[in-house]
Design a protein around this ligand. Structure first.
Ligand SMILES: C[S@@+](CC[C@H](N)C(=O)[O-])C[C@H]1O[C@@H](n2cnc3c(N)ncnc32)[C@H](O)[C@@H]1O
Length: 207
């Protein structure tokens, strides 16, 4: 994790994110925008609601390394696009194992008037907690954006999967796999153990 700096809004922000972060948020915004019609069906009086769940939320603001421009973090971008499309989320759940990052996102969302709920602890704990907290009949969207494969613990998916109406957008680092394949196949403590439990029984690392 990099260091936090003072953002252009005076709150803690991520320094030097790669320009690809803009593309990542673009996919997130596009999905949330095209799904607004469906979301509207869950919103309003006596409806079960539509939630956004961000389990690796970061601080909510970042400076792009290559250009120096300031961009919103995932939860802020998600809230804004939902508002712009006239289908604002009824609840936004955010988690980040780093207290300073999570608190900064919560603060930014509160300033925007978003219905934010804070989940403390790791993404694994947060996923278990959120699955119990949300309305089972609601429409849910989870954004799962870890830095590495090791933190993409399969228990996150297991906790969220029983929700009847849930979409998940998962950021899987394509470069991580080939770059760390050798070490993960060889080491006793492999990132694959949490990402794909039981992989050792299915794959022969020497073939
Ligand atoms: C790629 S960044 C998130 C960026 C954010 N989603 C965005 O697009 O603005 C990953 C975040 O995961 C957090 N993190 C690392 N390990 C974690 C864990 N086990 N549970 C929850 N958060 C974790 C880090 O503190 C970091 O803020």
């Amino acid at each position: 994790m990099g260091k936090l700096i003072n953002g252009d809004d005076g709150m803690p922000a991520e320094d030097e994110v790669g320009i690809w972060a803009k593309e990542k948020h673009d996919y997130l915004r596009r999905y949330l925008d095209i799904s607004r019609g469906t979301r509207k069906k869950w919103l309003g009086p006596r409806k079960a609601g539509a939630t956004f769940i961000d389990l690796f939320c970061g601080p909510g603001r970042a400076r792009v390394k290559e250009t120096g421009e300031w961009i919103d973090g995932s939860a802020i971008a998600a809230w804004k696009i939902s508002q712009e499309g006239g289908a604002s989320f009824s609840d936004i759940y955010v988690a980040d194992i780093d207290d300073a990052r999570r608190t900064a996102t919560v603060q930014r969302l509160r300033q925007l008037g978003a219905p934010v709920r804070e989940l403390t602890g790791s993404a694994v704990d947060a996923a278990a907690a959120v699955a119990k907290a949300v309305n089972t009949y609601g429409l849910h969207f989870a954004f799962i954006d870890p830095f590495s494969l090791g933190t993409l613990d399969f228990r996150i998916i297991q906790s969220l999967a029983p929700l009847k109406h849930i979409d998940m957008l998962i950021h899987l680092s394509k470069m991580y796999l080939p770059r760390n394949l050798g070490i993960n196949l060889a080491s006793e403590e492999s990132a694959f153990d949490s990402f794909a439990p039981g992989w050792r029984e299915k794959i022969n690392p020497t073939s």
